[in-house]
Design a protein around this ligand. Sequence first.
Ligand code: SF4
Ligand code: SF4
Length: 204
Amino acid sequence: MAQYFADIYEAVSSVLKGMRITFKHIYKKPVTLQFPDERQVMPERYRGFVHNDMTKCDSCNICAKLCPVDCIYIESEGKGKARMMTRYAIDYNKCIWCSLCTENCHTGSITMSHDYDHSVYDRRTLVYEFMDPTQETIPCHRATRIDMGWWVEPKEDKPKPKPKPAAEAAPPAETAPAPEAPPPADDKPAPGTPTPDDDKGVEN
Ligand code: SF4
Ligand code: SF4
């Protein structure tokens, strides 16, 4: 009988505990989002999927060379002023979000976006093609880009190489402290020669 009432007490107290937590949160602002209709606003420095603004990219290949996992694929045709970019792709399967590409792009075209959701059923679709060569190829040479009306990096914006630090000059010889000269040899008493101090110890 006692067990019967103990079970009833346990059940009622459990329900009340749960309801207390429910009522505590019922008027608070929800922390969940109705994804995908609502999206999280990411912090300013958040590193999302890498994005390239193809109007600025001139196929210099710096990003592809620096990428530690070789997930940037750039292809171009022609040489010199006639060189045209035909492919710029990033394999998001391999990207490690290190940002080496974005920090070294001289045009600032490649950036870490705030995009964090690329849920797909087929991982091959994570190789993202940024351009369609059947629609348009992109001029690489600066002069051609200017002729064709493409964006070019203003020359004054180009980072200038830092001057090499001058080698530290050795201190002039005269400033170096001269080594202490040894006392002249004749100042030293010859072994066995009585000194004035010796006399002090002799009693008359
Ligand atoms: S963030 Fe790093 S791994 Fe990803 S594309 Fe850029 S360099 Fe490559
Ligand atoms: S470093 Fe910048 S400009 Fe050069 S290929 Fe990469 S994205 Fe394009």
